[in-house]
Design a protein around this ligand. Structure first.
Ligand code: KIV
Length: 271
């Protein structure tokens, strides 16, 4: 049995140990108690209460509209369903970019009100003061580089990032800056696999990829995407393990039909 299977609780130290031993880290998003409980029972290493809740839970086109109160609601629900996984919560757009004091206030609110164990924030050099201030309060920080969805209006498109040398060099530099500041891990989103592998080899902290190839220390995907609840989103990096949209639709159709045909409830399903 490997180190991470024996642990009662996955911590940032366990993730570090996993990187040292070459054990891959599996991370998924969750936004509610019931799903988080299933993920925890399956022994997922890390649960991310992502601001992708803005898309998959609230139906927004981007992650920008989700508020601090909404993130706290999702994170609190997730934490209630988890006893083993490390729970990381995204700081929502606008809650940390203004200045480092605001960033710290936001991170403290997340930790105090949700019971989660870490926060994630998007960006490198430009948000480093915020990262340092949050870390100085003893709050673990996960970085996020490459395609950072909170900057989608600056990018203008969801295409692969850091293909050009200048952007790739900035990403490498940012990854080092985040590690030196004290981040415990970094998510690398939608960048060339070779670049991600190079960064993962250079850094001592775990690099967790989404659309960043297999040369990193772990993988993260959005739960609703792997389960096939979302349908319209089909990037190359996504592997679907189910088609729950059709399965749930089928179950609901059967229920409707049973109700309308007086097949439900039957004799045994009443008092
Ligand atoms: O919000 C989110 O789901 C994320 C992952 C895509 C890494 O940030």
């Amino acid at each position: 049995m490997s180190v991470h299977q024996k642990v009662k609780r996955v911590t940032t130290h366990v993730l570090h140990e996993m990187k040292l031993r070459g054990i891959k880290i599996a991370m998924l998003t969750a936004y509610d108690y019931s799903m988080a409980r299933i993920l925890d029972h399956a022994e997922i290493d890390v649960i991310l209460v992502g601001d992708s809740a803005s898309n998959v839970m609230a139906g927004n086109e981007t992650t920008l509209p989700i508020t601090m109160d909404e993130m706290i609601y999702h994170a609190k629900s997730v934490v209630r369903g988890v006893s083993r996984a490390l729970v990381v919560v995204d700081l929502p757009f606008g809650s940390y970019q203004g200045n480092s004091k605001e960033a710290l206030t936001s991170a403290i609110r997340i930790m105090k009100e949700t019971g989660s164990q870490a926060v994630k924030i998007e960006g490198g050099q430009e948000i480093i003061e915020s990262v340092e201030r949050i870390l100085s309060a003893g709050i673990p920080v996960m970085g996020h580089l490459g395609l950072t969805p909170q900057s989608i209006h600056k990018f203008g498109t969801y295409v692969v990032r850091a293909r050009e040398e200048e952007e790739a060099n900035k990403l490498i530099k940012d990854a080092h800056i985040l590690q030196e500041a004290g981040c415990f891990a970094i998510v690398l989103e939608k960048i060339p696999a070779k670049l991600a592998e190079k960064v993962a080899k250079e850094l001592t902290i775990p690099l967790i990829g989404i659309g960043a190839g297999s040369g990193v220390d772990g993988q993260v995907l959005v739960l609703h995407d792997i389960l096939g609840i979302t349908q319209e989103f089909s990037p190359r990096f996504l592997r679907r393990y189910h088609n729950l949209f059709e399965e749930i639709k089928g179950a609901v159709k059967s229920y409707i039909s049973d109700v309308k045909s007086l097949n439900f409830p039957n004799e045994k399903e009443q008092y």
